[in-house]
Ligand binder design. Structure first.
Ligand code: NAP
Ligand code: F7E
Length: 340
């Protein structure tokens, strides 16, 4: 029998890549999916139906707000490994919806841990747990950030992730749960949500190439991020749960770029000068932002044997190319494109 895994957040960017990664390694994959209208299965649609569909993928309805449902799903899936990825993951939104963010991203993780620990105790077999931590937890701590850097979150999202991180440590130390914290720096892909800055810029560059009258509105152009590639990063999650002992690991590329650098690459790729097409909109500035994130992933390299493969420039070009294709499909289907 192969291993089985439960992924919360399977419909998100990372969940979709992780599902593909685990299915390719012979896992039976269970995914937690919340009911939303319209349905949000786009990123895993190819695994659910069509020629690539997998009979080893099983979806379960549930929501992080419902502890009974989480408990029932842990029982039904009976997984060897749990990857807890579901969260309200938008930092900017967490300022306008702090309570929802703390509920979903913070307490949701506490509920998931309790469901997994209860199942482990009842079934008397080991379950390994991964918590999707974030570089946002470092907030105001100067770069480079590693596992020993103090957490100084500067957003409700960062606070919620610190709560989830500490709850994971407590489950490990108090109850002996094999529970790992990944502290992942930004990671992107063509499947990134449209509201995050890399996808927003890639999409705008592709559309403005076709219609130079369109404008792109952005907030803070000076922020620096350590942007990696999501398919590389989900492999690090898996490697954590294959170790002999649980631990906490920073996953990052160690290279930092500004939003301006991002604009140079994406607009440059389609032959445009971004300065002619971008407006700074003060409404898009966050009440507090994190200036500079750059991770030191020495421990992950040494202990997990993990290293990033994709370079920032190549990733942004891939994302922009994908948006060029999407813009062409939008044009052909609708005759006009949607708003940026
Ligand atoms: P994402 O694309 O925003 O996906 C979030 C997932 O959580 C979606 O599947 C979403 O479902 C699900 N979800 C949200 N609220 C839920 C609820 N109440 N009940 C059940 N499911 C819920 O995020 P991502 O980029 O893949 O990131 C995965 C995880 O890593 C998140 O925890 C994020 O905070 C963390 N993280 C991300 C990064 C990054 O750069 N990507 C870096 C560090 C940490 P719907 O599809 O229905 O919305
Ligand atoms: O912003 C600036 C913004 O929203 C990056 C999440 O996956 O990574 C992500 O959080 C920077 C910030 O990502 C716009 O102010 C400027 O300084 O793409 P982002 P994030 O906030 O770093 C961490 C590690 C996570 O854990 C999160 O889940 O770009 N910025 N103008 C903008 N950002 C957005 N979204 N939109 C703008 O118009």
């Amino acid at each position: 029998m192969g291993k089985s895994a439960l992924i919360t957040g399977i419909t998100g960017q990372d969940g979709s890549y992780l599902a593909e990664f685990l299915l390719a390694r012979g896992y039976r994959v269970h995914g937690l999916v919340r009911r939303r209208s319209p349905a949000t299965l786009a990123r895993i649609a190819h695994l659910v139906e069509g020629p690539e569909r997998s009979s080893d993928l099983l979806l379960h309805d549930g929501d992080l707000g419902d502890p009974l449902a989480l408990r029932a799903i842990a029982e039904r899936a009976d997984p060897d490994e749990v990857y807890h990825l579901a969260a309200q993951s938008h930092v900017g939104l967490s300022f306008t919806q702090p309570e929802t963010t703390i509920q979903t991203t913070g307490l949701g993780a506490v509920r998931m841990l309790e469901a997994v620990r209860g199942h482990r105790d009842r079934s008397r077999r080991e379950v390994r747990y991964y918590q999707a931590g974030s570089s946002e937890m470092f907030g105001g701590s100067p770069a480079p950030q590693s596992e020993v850097t103090p957490f100084r979150p500067r957003s409700p999202y960062g606070c919620a992730k610190v709560l989830a991180h500490q709850a994971t440590l407590i489950a490990r130390e108090a109850y002996g749960l094999f529970a790992c914290n990944g502290i992942l720096f930004n990671h992107e892909s063509p499947r990134r949500g449209e509201e995050f800055v890399t996808r927003k810029v890639a999409r705008a560059a592709a559309r403005i190439r076709v219609d130079p009258a369109e404008r792109l509105a952005l907030g803070n152009l000076e922020a620096r991020r350590d942007w990696g590639y999501a398919p590389d990063f989900v492999e690090a999650m898996w490697r954590m749960l294959q170790q002999d002992a649980p631990g906490d690991w920073v996953v990052a590329t160690g290279v930092t770029h500004s939003v301006r650098d991002l604009l140079e690459v994406a607009f440059g790729h389609v032959g445009l000068d971004w300065r002619d097409h971008v407006d700074v909109d003060r409404a898009l500035l966050r009440p507090l932002d994190v200036d500079d994130l750059c991770g030191d992933a020495t421990r992950a390299r040494r202990e997990l044997g993990w290293r990033p493969r994709q370079r920032f420039e190549d990733m942004i070009v891939e994302m922009t190319e994908r948006e060029v294709e999407r813009a062409a499909i939008d044009d052909a289907t609708h005759g006009s494109r949607r708003e940026i």
